[in-house]
Design a protein around this ligand. Structure first.
Ligand code: SAH
Ligand code: SF4
Ligand code: F3S
Length: 457
């Protein structure tokens, strides 16, 4: 499972691979957690039509690529995958079968009909706000031989028609807010996901209870700007409080938050709501005011420092993470130094950093003073070195401590379980699978590159 805040990870929807009389569905997910949530919803939606999830595209009756448009590389990966799928589709046709090939997600929204022009093997193109229409689109595709496209923005209708969760992981995603009105000058999200929309609290609470009934012990509330959540007079803090009252839910997290929407009640909640985990993904992107302004982030670097101070007053041990972009147009050496200096001041538990990627149609893509690739690469390397050293020292500071770990699943190594600390660090322990779904005290003994290891305390 991707960490909250990690855009552009690929993973596949797990499936039982037990297909007696069922049609095989393969969903490949790119991008952020909202896409992961949407992939699970698409699988739930197609289950009544007889589709069961499978691990591999070979021989599948339906393949959905749930795509990401955030950086150029993310979008290009889709076309190379479509090239591979063309062969599999032809092989299936040779055997007298049919593979329905769908492109969903943010590339579908951004490129629409261009996808079928470039990759005519694609049958369906469906945007992130219209995938609830998939069953009807599949029926249309079966009747006709052309392509079926849906890229409207009926967010309200989508959530009203989604099926209840069929299953749940121990840590379950729950989308509460979608879209973005902030228009950072580098970003495609306002164009691919539409304007900000918050789901009604009752619908969210129903879904949270359904997830708890299916085995969820942690709920991760999702939104492109999750802390901008506002519906029927409810804020995100109020929503977290109501979810904390669901007995089986032990932990609550939320992602991604924007520094401008960190309300006083949400900051206070980190000190008051015991189920709200001390981990916050609060992207700053840059530590230089000139760059922040050109990005249209609408805050200064010192506003961010002060905000972090206030959050740390509410919850002293909060683990902070962020996203950074290096090589934004016009970023000088001094601007980049200001980013390094902000990172040193804050001290991150972990963070994600990217080279600026030009996105068609965004204001930054036509800004003068684009930064050469080799400068971007050198800056990224320097920033990642600093961030990694902070991550290691944060992880090392846990050695010898007893941390509550929520066990999520068996690890790759036999006899081992994987869980997460309150700070979202992966923790590996040799213990009984019966602990899956439980929060158990673990004495941390050592760290490897990406994980902590310990024993039951
Ligand atoms: N809503 C969140 C971010 C969502 S996109 C926020 O405002 O913080 C996830 C991350 O992708 C961003 O935080 C940013 O760091 C990165 N990103 C977005 N557009 C990008 C681009 N054009 N080039 C490089 N990185 C980008
Ligand atoms: Fe993109 Fe900015 Fe909106 Fe985040 S706040 S999704 S970076 S436009
Ligand atoms: Fe990518 Fe769309 Fe998410 S562009 S990061 S999948 S909102």
């Amino acid at each position: 499972m991707p960490l909250p805040g990690v855009p552009n990870l690929e993973f596949q929807l797990p499936g039982p691979d037990n297909h007696c009389g069922m049609k095989k569905l393969f969903v490949k997910t790119y991008g952020c957690q909202m896409n992961a949530y949407d992939s699970a919803k698409m699988a739930d939606l197609l289950a009544p039509l007889g589709y069961a999830a499978t691990y591999a595209p070979e021989g599948a009756d339906m393949v959905i690529l749930n795509t990401c448009h955030i950086r150029e590389r993310a979008a290009e990966k889709v076309y190379s995958e479509l090239g591979r799928l063309k062969q599999l589709k032809a092989a299936k046709a040779k055997d007298g079968g049919r593979m329905v090939l769908a492109v969903a997600g943010c590339v579908a929204q951004a490129e629409g009909a261009e996808i079928v022009a470039r990759a005519p093997q694609v049958d369906l193109v469906v945007g992130p706000q219209s995938y609830h229409r998939l069953p009807e689109m599949i029926a249309r595709a079966a009747r006709q031989n052309g392509h079926v496209l849906e890229t409207d923005f009926p967010a309200l209708e989508k959530f009203d028609t989604l099926a209840p969760p069929q299953a749940s992981k121990v840590s379950a995603f729950l989308t509460v807010q979608e879209g973005c009105d902030k228009f950072c000058t580098f970003c495609v999200v306002p164009y691919t996901r539409g304007s900000e929309y918050s789901r009604p609290p009752e619908a969210i609470l129903i879904e949270a209870r359904q997830l708890a009934d299916k085995g969820a012990r942690e709920i991760v509330l999702l939104g492109q700007n999750v802390n901008a959540y506002a519906a029927d007079g409810w804020s995100l803090a109020k929503l977290c409080k109501a979810i904390a009252e669901i007995k089986d839910i032990e932990r609550i997290r939320y992602t991604t938050s924007h520094p401008r929407d960190m309300g006083d009640d949400l900051i206070a909640a980190h000190g008051e709501n015991e189920k709200l985990m001390p981990y916050l993904h609060l992207p700053v992107q840059s530590g230089a005011d000139a760059v922040l302004e050109a990005m249209n982030r609408q805050h200064k670097a010192d506003d961010y420092r002060r905000l972090v101070d206030r959050i740390r007053v509410a919850r002293g041990d909060i683990a902070l993470t962020s996203d950074f972009i290096v090589g934004f147009p016009g970023e000088s050496d001094a601007d980049f130094e200001a980013t390094l200096s902000l990172v040193r001041d804050i001290g991150y538990a972990t963070a994600f950093s990217f080279k600026y990627s030009k996105r068609p149609g965004t204001p930054a893509s036509t800004m003068r003073k684009q930064i050469p690739e080799e400068v971007k690469a050198a800056r990224l390397e320097a920033l990642q070195k600093l961030l990694l050293s902070q991550q290691y020292s944060f992880d090392d500071s846990q050695i010898g401590k007893v941390l509550p770990v929520l066990f999520e699943k068996t690890a790759r190594e036999p006899g081992q379980l994987m869980g997460r600390s309150q700070y979202l660090q992966p923790v590996h322990v040799n213990t009984d699978a019966a602990w899956i779904g439980g929060v158990v005290d673990v004495r941390i003994e050592r760290r490897t590159a990406n994980s902590l290891h310990g024993v039951l305390a």
